[in-house]
Ligand binder design. Sequence first.
Ligand code: SF4
Length: 459
Amino acid sequence: MLLKHTTSEIKERSALTVNPAKTCQPIGAMYASLGIHGCLPHSHGSQGCYAYHRSALTRHYKEPVMAATSAFTEGASVFGGQANLLQAIDNMFTVYNPDIIAVHTTCLSETIGDDIPQIVKKAEADGKIPEGKYVIHANTPSYVGSHVTGFSNMCKSMVDYFSESNGHKSKTINLIPGYVEPSDMEEIRRIASEMKLKTIMFPDTSGVLNGPMTGRFKMYPDGGVTIDQLKQTGSGMGTVAMGRLASMAAARALDNKCKVPCEIIDLPIGLHGTDAFIDTLRHIAGVNVPDSLTFERGQMVDIISDMHQYFYGKRVGLVGDPDQLLALTKFLVSLDMHPVYIVTGTPAGKKYEKALREVVKDVPGEVKISVPGDMYLFHQWIKQEPVDLLIGNSYVKYIAKDDDIPYVRYGFPILDRVGHSYFPTVGYKGGMRLLEKILDALLDRQDRDATDINMELVM
Ligand code: SF4
């Protein structure tokens, strides 16, 4: 087994991470950029970084990911990457004709200290940016933060570059969905449209990274927020930002820049998380909750009451991104499950950890939380005292196999299954799907371990 050397004896480590529960900043920035219509993400660094960023996204979404690179060689490391980026901007607009190029930096270009706004200004002055086209940027040094930080930085850049107030407040609500699947973004929009609300979601990767197979290649798929919509966000009546780590920076920047008030809420995962989202929309827009959503909620409550007996008291280990972990932990606690080990690789801060500890304060026994932590430590905790269920990305499967524990794939990246980007886990409908996945994992194990005598048909 791959992880056979994991020991149950825990030694203090301060300068070594083993199996980090995160990926690098530019991956998140590239993902956010793909949520702008007609955008070509650009990785300002070496080809190796860019290949990794693209392949990480392609392997998760099972879709071609269009992006470009400054293709640094030794020369750029010594003299800086200006010449490469100027040439790249020229080539991209000439050959691939995007509406917008979203540049993110890498460890190397950050270490060199390339001044991207200055380089973009020079490209403009040199006539390399055609009329009506745009180049934006986000700084994404990967020796700090994680893919979530990169996502957040690129979302904030969308505000910094485009949001503008026309002096009047429209009836539109801005939605910043957080680092979630394209299907989740679609579901968040659907819920808002059930409430008859006009919304602008940014970024919006639905229809980009979960589009249909049509037999025709489209370099720039139909989905994504448009630049016009991004400009209009400055005149919105309010912003709902889902997930502090991924969305708060953009929402606050929009408030500061254009005086659009914002509500920062958890991701709408689970019954109460979805209630809070719908209630926030109801409050901002002054509308009633439609019967269709009350019906969906009732279905979810019904499913929870049918399943509750199997969830009660089950010990769960969770690995993932901070915003997902917080919302998911609240959901599991509401089901009377016991999240006992929680690890994220993203440095989310003391305030976040405090919020997480508050959620699990009534869970019996000790709850171990590591922010930021790694999956080696997580595995060691499991070796010391096992859990009934694991929830996390594809890397968790090695722990699940090694210690023979039921496992639900959730989060980023999922590299070994298909479909997660087409079905949501947010909202009431997404919550029902999540409940089904958790119950299937628990009961499949019960069936597997049943003897001929105690194998049950009706459970
Ligand atoms: S060098 Fe930095 S930016 Fe490049 S792939 Fe590695 S962590 Fe990411």
